[in-house]
Design a protein around this ligand. Structure first.
Ligand SMILES: [Cu+2]
Length: 175
């Protein structure tokens, strides 16, 4: 085998590995940022406080493969979200959140729970119960247990309309 052939084989191998990785990322909500974690596997708890419109802490550091229990508290006066995802996932979710505001599900500092469980006519609801996020009224507190399966461009963000744009997001740094 000459040198150029070796290079071709190596290139096609790395390309197929990339294609497999891309395929694994093509799944549903939460794909690309990790997966729901088991509380029993979380070695660490990070408390995240939400204010109008920022997080405390502003960023977190995790290890690849680590499961973290986030205790999220809304200390602000508006409804806020804590959502773990890639920037493009957040962008997509912001459209859904805009719809929630338009339908009166999110009303400033309140959530309309009746409206959230109402059938939107296609068998879907605006329940907002994805494992990678919580949507909280002022004073509420909930947990998100998340496993950071691989290194990536991941942020925690609030996708209530205008909040991300106001700077309500933070980086997940991989050690
Ligand atoms: Cu917010």
């Amino acid at each position: 085998m000459n040198a150029s052939k070796v290079f071709l084989v190596a290139a096609s191998m790395s390309m197929s590995a990339a294609a497999i990785a891309a395929g694994a990322h093509g799944g549903g909500h939460g794909a690309g940022s990790g997966e729901p974690g088991k509380a029993s596997e979380a070695a660490r708890t990070i408390t995240v406080e939400m204010y109008d419109n920022y997080y405390e802490p502003e960023e977190v550091s995790v290890e690849t493969g680590e499961t973290v229990r986030f205790v999220v508290k809304n200390e602000g006066s508006l409804v806020h979200e804590f959502n773990i995802g890639t920037p493009s996932m957040h962008e997509g979710h912001q459209k859904e959140m805009m719809m929630m505001v338009e339908h009166g599900v999110i009303q400033g500092g309140k959530l309309n729970h009746d409206m959230m469980s109402m059938d939107m006519g296609n068998g879907k609801t605006m329940k907002h119960d994805d494992p990678n996020s919580v949507l909280l009224e002022p004073g509420q507190s909930k947990e998100v247990v998340w496993k950071f399966t691989e290194k990536g461009d991941i942020e925690f963000a609030c996708n209530v309309p205008g909040h991300y744009q106001a700077g309500m997001y933070g980086d997940v740094n991989f050690e």
